[in-house]
Design a protein around this ligand. Sequence first.
Ligand SMILES: Nc1ncnc2c1ncn2[C@@H]1O[C@H](COP(=O)(O)OP(=O)(O)OP(=O)(O)O)[C@@H](O)[C@H]1O
Length: 365
Amino acid sequence: MTDFADETQMLLARLHEVERQRDAAEADRQMLLARLGRSSLSEPVIGAERGLRHVMARVEQVARSDATVLILGETGSGKEVIARTIHERSRRHQASFIRVNCGAVPPELIDSELFGHEKGSFTGAAGLRRGWFERADGGTLFLDEIGELAPAVQVRLLRVLQDHVVQRVGGERDIPVDVRVIAATHRDLPAMVQQGRFREDLWYRLAVFPVILPPLRERLEDIPDLARHFVQRAARRLGVPVPPLHEQDIERLRAYRWPGNVRELGAVLERAVILGEGRRLELEAALGGGHAGHDAGAPASAVAPAEDRIAALDEVIAAHLRRALHATRGRIDGPRGAAHLLGLHASTLRAKLRKYGIEPRAFRR
Ligand SMILES: Nc1ncnc2c1ncn2[C@@H]1O[C@H](COP(=O)(O)OP(=O)(O)OP(=O)(O)O)[C@@H](O)[C@H]1O
């Protein structure tokens, strides 16, 4: 009987511990999602049944194969979202998806980044480095801004695509790699081929299955769903109530040209939520107080008048504090508290909350 009681106690204690860990993990998960402004790990493709339905049909056709895909679309139109969707719907979904922005890597490092290098192969190559192809083995490598690759690298990339082997810089051995390549660019690659700036043989190898992503101004039917998504995401991130989105707001958004596409729409709406502090959507101010005309070519953020930005500073700070409290559920002290998250002393944070009239208890759920 005593043994039985002891064992029960022990099991109950373990159960308590497991549940405590589960609650702590769930709190971490919620905090990370709130900081990302998402409700789950994978992002939904908004417009999949409307403006992107032809794109999604292409995605479905190609996802299950291992074919190389080339995604063409203006900047901010969602090329990475589509590349991830293809990966998530492919047989490789449990392996890694690695994105390399070819335009952001300095030319002298691109070979070593993509293909790796052997120890001592050049000055600064202190140790062996596996390149992105080796790291993505079994998964998908997303080569963004492929149009920025120098001709010499284009030759080496073509070889990997054809032979499925890489050679590290300074190495002689062929290393087999099993990688699906998805490439993307906002450039006019066929024009670059004609001008001799992009290799024709690589173009043919990449363009096995092109997916053309229309710019946002050509799929205005997606604006209401995208706008709702971005307003909710911004409110969640900032820890403020979701402000109403009126029909005239949608009409205003539909009238703008969106040179920065979906990314710009998300940024404008986040700004509109910040400026309205969750009570309303300050769309005109976010779009530049009327300076962004219906055909304005510049991104809205670049045309916002200076006084708007200055007036908004206090609101931005208050919204940021609310966001931290939301993420920590009103907790201020300790390693999981808002003060730690914001890099402030708890007493400083409390003073700021008093200044802005923010009540931490309101964030305890
Ligand atoms: N259909 C969509 N549904 C939801 N979010 C989207 C959609 N399209 C784009 N976004 C969001 O818009 C932003 C820009 O998208 P993404 O990075 O995929 O664009 P891109 O075309 O790859 O941009 P770049 O040309 O700068 O590399 C991201 O925050 C992304 O989550």
